[in-house]
Design a protein around this ligand. Structure first.
Ligand code: 4AZ
Length: 243
């Protein structure tokens, strides 16, 4: 995350850190005890480890974190790796005792918004992740960060000087009013959450953008409200879950 601030995992306890070997690969969000929602473009079928409750990437706090392997990886069948359309994937997680996540102060589920819920343009939401703190950084952030961004209208984001028709109806854009806050490399797969009536709902999955925190180049997010039925069908969860 560019801009924003460091945050304890307790503030974003649905955040999952997805590792390949010892390296951070992507973020994700816990949507039920056994399921993490993330981005398709993160994967090429390697062996993955998922952590919940991680405030710092290179520190292990056994009393706070939970470690899982991936029992099942479901990439959206219409994922298009050339334009990142349908950039959404589900990970079924289990630990060494074949158990799913346990709700604690550092790990809990996030709500899925009802199908096709539309928030107003300009609505303020929060992104979180362990990704780069600026576009040119050599490494990811060690500490989890969060930042506030505002939802942009589809028409603004499809302007020629923004992204034109690279932004599909299954994507939306979000940015800070002065372009100082954005998701960045390493945040992919992680959450954009919006608070409604004091509940946090997962509206977006960090997907792509031209660089990070660049003028007229907002972050682009997978529109989670287009996928309720796909998520329900593949997880057996009802249409949406309450955290
Ligand atoms: C990336 O490379 C990436 N500024 C993620 C998010 C954004 C740009 C790039 C949005 O994973």
């Amino acid at each position: 995350v560019v801009g924003g601030r460091f945050t304890p995992i307790e503030s974003q306890p649905w955040v999952a850190a997805i590792f390949h070997s010892r390296r951070l690969l992507c973020g994700g969000s816990l949507i039920s005890p056994c399921w993490v929602l993330t981005a398709s473009h993160c994967f090429d079928g390697k062996q993955l480890t998922v952590y919940l409750g991680k405030s710092a990437v290179n520190e292990t706090n056994a009393s706070k974190e939970q470690k899982f392997m991936v029992e099942k990886l479901i990439i959206h069948p219409k994922y298009n790796s050339s334009n990142y359309n349908n950039d959404i994937a589900l990970l079924k997680i289990k630990n060494q005792n074949s158990e799913c996540a346990v709700k604690t102060a550092t790990a809990r589920t996030v709500c899925l918004p009802p199908f096709q819920t539309q928030l107003p343009d300009g609505f303020q939401c929060t992104i979180a992740g362990y990704g780069k703190e600026n576009q040119y950084a050599w490494s990811f952030s060690n500490i989890l960060k969060e930042g506030r961004v505002n939802l942009l209208s589809q028409s603004e984001c499809r302007r020629k000087d923004y992204y034109g028709d690279r932004v599909t109806s299954k994507m939306f854009c979000a940015a800070h009013s002065n372009w100082s806050v954005d998701s960045c490399k390493g945040d992919s797969g992680g959450p954009l959450v919006c608070s409604i009536a004091d509940r946090m709902f997962l509206f977006g999955i960090v997907s792509w953008g031209d660089g990070c925190a660049q003028r007229n180049k907002p972050g682009v997010y997978t529109k989670v409200t287009s996928y309720n039925r796909w998520i329900a069908r593949n997880t057996g969860l009802s249409k949406y879950t309450a955290g």
